[in-house]
Write a protein that binds this ligand. Sequence first.
Ligand SMILES: [Zn+2]
Length: 329
Amino acid sequence: MSIQSTCEACMRRAVDVIETNDDPVQPYHLCASCHERLHSYALRPIEWYNLASVHTSFKPLLHDDLYDEDGTACQPEVEVVVTKQDKAPSLEDVQSDVQTLLSFAVSRWFVEDDVVHALRRHDVLELFDALKTRYEDTSNADVKARLLEIVADVMNIPAADWIRGLWHDFDVQLLDSLAAATASSLPTEEGLRLVYGQLSKTNPKDLPHLAFLCLNRFQSPDVLDWIELNCDAFDSNWASLAAVSMPTWHRIKTWLKCGRPLSLVALEAMVSCAEGYGGFYVESQAPRILETHLDEIEPVLTEFERNDAVPRVRRQLAIILQNKEGIFT
Ligand SMILES: [Zn+2]
């Protein structure tokens, strides 16, 4: 491993301090002035960017409470003097080079569509090579997670063998990112088998949330079978996961008939398909209840209300009936 001799923030002066507060595994190597500004929440935009593009913007001293995404300090304790040379680069500045673009992607709070489109414009093998090298060269789990997210979002990266290899030995905190990359890189059946294997080792109270994070990108009805086997109490995450897993009207009817908890999951899955009710991740996948016999909706829901007429169920039935066009196809 090379010894860092130049300050990672200003990239000009020599390193005076190794700051381990934010991350003892991957500390910041800083000159005395950047170290002082780091602790005064007063880094210049380019200094913030240089750190965030290597360490991510999730670190406590670089976080969005303290800096805007263009590196502007939001609550500095000393004055920040910013000249033209101190500005952080924009997407336009970095997009023509795959390395600078990957650094930019690592620095973002989220990988938004404009960054994904810029990544897709690069030669896919060059991008994959750069991404893989960066993944192997860092010990920073947030950076690794971001790189896996890029594999998932850019979609056409030929990463199957590499992703398959990562399942042999990975940090469990990367599970949801690895699962997302798996959904876009491996055959569905193989990918689901790997994810199910890890989820079976999860603490039951964490399972619904983690299952949603790991399985929502597969958009596979096989996940509905898995929910039937694993859902033993209602949780909204089961409903969100069901909504994005290609549920048919036949499946929904079956779940409504088999009682709680699956009947409540079915009900909330339908509500999640209505505009404004699913939350950001669910709505971004535009879920629908498929192959619906439209003339059956009202009789089936009315029958269900007779058997389980608590106020929450009544409220949800009203939402479903008011939003039929957006929910069922
Ligand atoms: Zn410096």
